[in-house]
Design a protein around this ligand. Sequence first.
Ligand SMILES: [Zn+2]
Length: 198
Amino acid sequence: MMKKACPDCDLLVTITPLKHNERALCPRCDAVLARGGRSMDSIFALILSGLLLWVSSLALPILTLDVNGVQQPLSLWQTAFAMLDQEAWLLAILVAMTSFVAPFFHLAMMLWLFLPLRFERKPPFVGWAFRLLYANQGWMMLEVFFLSLLVTAVKLADSAQLLPGWSLLAFVALMLVMSAIQLLFDPDVYWRAVEQCR
Ligand SMILES: [Zn+2]
């Protein structure tokens, strides 16, 4: 049994332990207060798919550069390096941070937090991992990512065309997976799972 204040209406509710797939709703405003253990498994599966999508989105071409009629497909990290060559430092850093450093960092931290739980072990430096995860959150906003993508497209528009290739598809899927992780991730459920293992 534990008590929790509703995040939406502040009502203090006593929550009994939940089974898999069960949810506790606020009796006053129907906000979801807690989820049963199932979401932990789903999050772990999503972290692994996220990492696979991250690799795909980097390896596959996202842009086609047209130089004097010669078409050269570029992957995202090659695009960032191409911008460094044009001395577009800020843009290169922005694109690098939002589209591949931040998602990878986020997924790596989540893996750090969730993998030991699979073996009923408490993750090392769990408090620090949590703080790093929240510090990284600002870079994880969808808007920041799409803005950087848009700016990149406009910036390179004169010499390159945006190829709606597999990389772009992998990116959209990655962003959906990241949002799903954030929706499912409930720190309360997580900490209770940590307290159960030694
Ligand atoms: Zn409520």
